[in-house]
Write a protein that binds this ligand. Structure first.
Ligand code: HEM
Length: 470
């Protein structure tokens, strides 16, 4: 769909109007148009479409998909307090620790690298959000709950999947007649969606009551309810639950898909991998793992992460914004309640912003060995726009820095070989899946420690992590 929209904009101009069964839709063809409207006029362009499937399948608490209004504002504000650039520094020890454990898993079972990535981002998000360590608290399979709920999320919000989204009156069809399958599907998902919001929160509350709770977003939010009258406290708890669960829903799979694309890129562009490793060798050296304090001295690694947000954006069409009032832009009338489609994929592949867009080139962001402020930062596109911009972007970038710097410092990533022993070009063969979050289709890689010293470094760092948590 993102390709079709891009082609439509190329043919008809930067602003295309469509009428989709009576719903006005504006397709914005450039980053500039998206910035002009969704960012500079964000007071008018921060709504979301009403979704019948969201209500039927139990996602009504998720502020990412709710319209502009009190529920969205209150929940987003709570999440922001734990996700702004200074606040996310508190999660660095969690990110460092989980990445170290991830490296050991990779070392011992490199063939399961896709699974380890899922475990890594699930573990970081659940520890930061709820204070739960998924490796020690094994009574409940939090990662499985998240995986199943996210599978439901992917289908529920797949654009064009359900006719009922365009013809809401269909929601009154009985589920047993042909065409009523959407109701049966929604009914199947709603228990797991509810679990995703309730189960980790309740576990965190139990742990806090029993005095074994760890500091987290949930514990911080709970503290803020003390001193409120019981009704206000109960309301605050509900918003807090929504805020943490929104981080849990928005955070893990998007960052995971970005990391999977980094594997594809590293296996396909060995010269980029070598240059990043040369920078790590020079700055960090062989006797320790990189940390956040090295970031300033690692511009190439930083540029590599920027390029990974651009090269294959994981949310090509993101979530549609809605205009609250009628507006005018460049002589066009934009009707009230128009669906504003912004095409992250098209903007990040625009050769005017990024020449040779299919190549993975971190150096496009560098000038004289520093990040070049004149090149459009892909983070300014990949995380959306205006008041709806991704609140987890600083957290995501920090998680990516933690994993990419340590991974490339210690491991080498090579493409798999075909029957004749020739390397397979993953950039050509691995396609992205369709959906609101897009992933590379499953693929293989050869992952090895860069040296015996790198292996020792990982094992020692892991022993330290284990000793510290014992
Ligand atoms: C590489 C990782 C990520 C990418 C590419 C990404 C991308 C996006 C995009 C494109 C949007 C829609 C923005 C818009 O409508 O203009 C969004 C929204 C959102 N993201 Fe992220 N995201 C990432 C990681 C995270 C993380 C780590 C969290 C939480 C900790 C998070 C939580 C959210 C939430 C709650 C929203 C809804 C915001 C709203 O509607 O007000 N995301 N993200």
């Amino acid at each position: 769909m993102h390709v079709a929209f891009r082609d439509m904009n190329t043919k008809y101009g930067d602003i295309v109007y469509l009428n989709v069964c009576g719903q006005p839709m504006i397709v914005l063809g450039t980053h500039e148009a998206a910035t002009d409207l969704l960012e500079k006029r964000s007071a008018n362009y921060s709504g979301r479409l009403f979704s019948v499937m969201s209500i039927l399948s139990g996602w009504e608490w998720l502020f990412s998909v709710t319209d502009y209004g009190t529920q969205w504002r209150k929940t987003r504000r709570l999440l922001h307090e734990y996700m702004h650039p200074n606040a996310v520094k508190q999660y660095r020890p969690i990110q460092e620790r989980e990445v170290t454990k991830y490296l050991l898993r990779l070392l011992e079972h490199p063939e399961d690298f896709l699974h380890h990535g899922r475990h890594l981002f699930g573990a970081i998000t659940i520890r930061a959000g709820y204070g739960i360590d998924v490796d020690t608290d094994k009574e409940i399979d939090y990662l499985e709950i998240a995986e199943r709920a996210m599978a439901a999320f992917a289908v529920t919000f797949l654009p064009g999947k359900y006719l009922v989204e365009l013809v809401p009156i269909l929601r009154y069809l009985p589920s047993c007649i042909p065409g009523g399958h959407f109701k049966r599907e929604a009914a199947e998902w709603s228990p797991i969606v509810r679990k995703m919001r309730e189960v980790p929160w309740n576990a965190a509350m139990t742990a806090l009551r029993e005095g074994r709770g760890l500091p987290s977003m949930a514990s911080g939010l709970l503290e803020r309810t003390s001193g409120l009258d019981p009704e206000a406290a109960a309301e605050q708890v509900e918003f807090s639950k929504d805020a943490v669960a929104a981080a849990y829903t928005g955070g893990a799979d998007t960052t995971l898909s970005t990391l999977q694309n980094i594997y594809v890129a590293m296996a396909s562009f060995p010269e980029v991998q070598k240059r990043a490793q040369a920078e790590l060798d020079a700055v960090v050296g062989p006797h320790r793992l990189p940390t956040f304090s090295d970031k300033e001295d690692l511009p190439y690694v930083t540029a590599l992460i920027k390029e990974s947000l651009r090269w294959r954006p994981v949310s090509p069409l993101a979530l549609i914004h809605v205009s609250m009032e009628e507006d005018e832009y460049k002589g066009f009338c934009i009707p009230k309640r128009s669906a504003m489609v912004f095409n992250i994929w098209a903007y990040t592949q625009d050769p005017r912003l990024y020449p040779d867009p299919q190549a993975f080139k971190p150096e496009r962001y560098l000038r004289d060995g520093k990040i070049d402020p004149d090149v459009q930062d892909p983070a300014g596109i990949a995380f959306g726009y205006g008041r709806r911009i991704c609140p987890g972007r600083h957290f995501a970038e920090a998680s990516l820095f933690a994993v990419v710097s340590k991974l490339l410092h210690t491991m080498s990533i090579e493409p798999p070989r075909d029957e004749s022993g020739q390397p397979i070009d993953l950039a050509k063969t691995v396609k992205m899946t369709h959906g609101i979050i897009s992933y590379p289709e499953p693929f293989e890689c050869i992952i090895k420690p860069r040296s015996p010293e790198a292996e020792t470094l990982i094992r020692n760092a892991c022993s330290e992590v284990e000793a510290a948590s014992a």
